[in-house]
Design a protein around this ligand. Structure first.
Ligand SMILES: Cc1ncc(COP(=O)(O)O)c(C=O)c1O
Length: 371
């Protein structure tokens, strides 16, 4: 059968491994309104091949939006519109790397990024996240062309790098001459005190910040951005696929620009923060009530809680049993380029409303208790 969405979850099954927004949170009405307003104009440019850097209205609206939320200026000239972070990563690899070069990533990290690096024939090397001694040693040994990090509300652990760690990273990038690709996809989904400043606002020629509408509006839009120096953005604009295609997703970009101009992105973000913060609170409460030796650090934002089981437990093996109990999660080892974190697992609180999360944890508790 042809599938409409990436994941199909059987009726009654609770898949806490899915890192998607809940279907009921997708902004059907907002995008309908924005599209109607756009089509009411008799101006067809948004159906033409677009400007290489992306729709100018979108870049202006996005610059205003980021400046407001980041609390620091983000000029439109520093933004390039991409087809989401995934495509931006691929384009950056095509533009900045040669096959065989090394790429450093955090261990654990967003596992689907690894496929993009490997398909570009890059050597992926994991470095324990937040361990700067190990990072310096790896910089000496591997001389990487780039370092990929998810600094805020990390996928999979939910943790954020401190301001000092961010400064140290940029300092190392200058010293060793590598690019820092900061995947800031969850930065705006904050449910507590504001996180440290995004790398996008920290001055460095070596810094590339990526953002996306996937988690703040809708993943199906395939729309995101690269924030970097004008020099680097010019290189992206000269890429074959961008030149031949006339920018990336100009039509979608224009619809989203319209939604932003109408204030619909802002109101949607505020709604998501409220809904997700309630879901996170419900999940944390359920986890606190689990009468088993599991450990977790409550995150302050994002999509995920990272659960650590006793070290002798193997989450991948547990997943088989969990499926029989009608629940699933992402085993920690999947996020680890070195095959570590076998005793850990990632739970997503964005996809299910509170009742689903509570039932999921009840099922999971039974599975962990049986071992
Ligand atoms: C850390 C991280 N980066 C990127 C993505 C994908 O972004 P996009 O939909 O913009 O390609 C995800 C989605 O789960 C993610 O967790």
């Amino acid at each position: 059968m042809l599938s409409i969405t990436q994941t199909r979850i059987p009726q009654g099954f609770i898949d806490l491994g899915v890192g998607h927004p809940g279907l009921e949170l997708l902004p059907l009405e907002a995008l309908h309104q924005a599209s109607q307003a756009l089509f009411a104009q008799s101006e067809p440019h948004f159906l033409q091949y677009g400007a290489e850097g992306g729709d100018p209205e979108l870049r202006r609206e996005l610059a205003r939006f980021l400046t407001h939320h980041y609390g620091a200026p983000v000029p439109p000239e520093r933004l390039f519109i991409s087809g989401g972070i995934s495509q931006a990563l691929d384009l950056l690899c095509a533009t900045l790397t040669q096959p065989g070069q090394s790429v450093l990533v955090e261990d654990p990290t967003y596992f689907l990024a690894l496929g993009i690096f490997r398909e570009r024939n890059l050597q992926v090397v994991g470095v324990p996240r937040g361990d700067f001694q190990a990072l310096e040693a790896a910089l000496h040994t591997h001389r990487p062309v780039l370092y990929y990090t998810v600094p805020t509300f990390h996928n999979p652990t939910g943790a954020s790098l401190s301001h000092q760690q961010r400064q140290k990273l940029l300092h190392l990038a200058e010293e060793y001459g590598f690019w820092v690709i900061a995947d800031e996809v969850y930065h705006l989904l904050s449910y507590g005190p504001p996180p440290p400043p995004p790398l996008g606002t920290m001055a460095s020629e070596r810094m590339i910040s990526l953002g996306s509408f996937s988690k703040i509006l809708a993943p199906g839009l395939r729309l995101g951005w690269v924030q970097a120096t004008p020099g680097l953005l010019e290189r992206l604009e000269r890429a074959g696929v961008v030149q031949s295609g006339g920018g990336l997703n100009p039509f979608t970009g224009r619809v989203v620009a319209q939604a932003m101009a109408m204030g619909l992105q802002e109101s949607h973000l505020q709604r998501l923060r409220k809904v997700y913060s309630r879901r996170l609170a419900a999940l944390l409460e359920a986890l606190s009530a689990v009468r088993l030796p599991v450990r977790f650090q409550p995150p302050q934002g994002g999509y995920f809680v990272w659960l650590e089981l006793p070290p002798e437990q193997d989450a991948a093996r547990l997943l088989q049993q969990a499926r029989e109990e009608g629940v699933a999660f992402q085993p920690g080892v999947r996020f680890s380029p070195s095959g570590s974190f076998r005793h850990a697992l990632r739970l997503c609180f964005a996809y299910y409303p509170e009742e689903g999360l509570l039932e999921g944890i009840r099922r999971l508790e039974r599975v962990i208790a049986r071992g």
